[in-house]
Design a protein around this ligand. Sequence first.
Ligand code: C2E
Ligand code: MG
Ligand code: MG
Ligand code: MG
Length: 286
Amino acid sequence: DAKRSGRRMARVFDESMDEDIRFRRRVESGLGEAIANNELSLVFQPIVSRESIEVVGFEALLRWNTMAYGPISPGLFMPIAEESNLIHDLGDWVLRNALAVLTQWPGQYVSVNFSPRQFRRHHFVDYVSESVRRAGVDPSRLQIEITETAIFDDAERAAETLGALRRMGFRIALDDFGTGYSSLHNIRTFALDCLKIDRSFIEGMGRERESAAIVHSIISLGRALGIGVIAEGVETEAQVQALRLAGASHLQGFFFSHPVPAAMARTMAETRAIGGDPAAAPRAMA
Ligand code: C2E
Ligand code: MG
Ligand code: MG
Ligand code: MG
């Protein structure tokens, strides 16, 4: 009967909650050891210019290869890290290692993701500027990627932080744009270099008028503000053509390259070409 099945459901729910909590604890304790155990690495995904498909920068993406369970995706462990203090150690590790790799590239920038808690921490500006100074890197070669969540809770303070970073020469990108709670009014007051259109809109573009409309309006907004627009998650030739027509300034996605290890990224940086071979015409140019 209904009562009994309700009870059964409640029990299943409890068990899956337990399961969930146990999983989170395992992730937390594993992440706490991940740096010492050498389980972290960075991969780099090229960002290319719309027309010439020149590699202008790379997004650094964190990878965690656990001894016990194999690779675990950042989409899964970053939110758990973000809810604990682990985010700060992980974030430090990412920034330090991304800057070390960057010094081996000729002129491109590295785009590093900063979580809302990292961004809102006191002395964030000093922390980042001190990090690049120690690495001997020019601030213009670090792009700071933050999401709307990081800046819209306390828009006034965020605007100050972004303004200070921009005056020091850092690049600022608003990641996953369109999925958060941006108000257009606020966008105007933020010192930004580019908007990154969330992958979900690129993916939906060929199927739904709504996604295509959102992609077009983000590109128009970027143009009106005089800033760049990077389309993320570009997987097909049709998307490349549509985004070129729409006027996105830069493209990033599996169509061009998956995220690659540092050594491969270096080859792409030196040749400014996907796959490291400038003679091989990029597929997108065909
Ligand atoms: P994100 O910053 O939006 O990064 C883009 C994600 O899309 C990456 O997933 C990338 O591998 C994936 N991607 C790129 N091109 C394509 C494509 O054509 N198709 C598909 N299906 N996916 C594509 P990844 O590496 O799994 O990272 C997921 C998220 O985890 C990131 O989203 C970011 O929010 C977070 N993350 C990763 N590394 C870091 C980090 O070092 N620090 C922080 N705070 N967050 C990170
Ligand atoms: Mg990102
Ligand atoms: Mg993104
Ligand atoms: Mg994301």
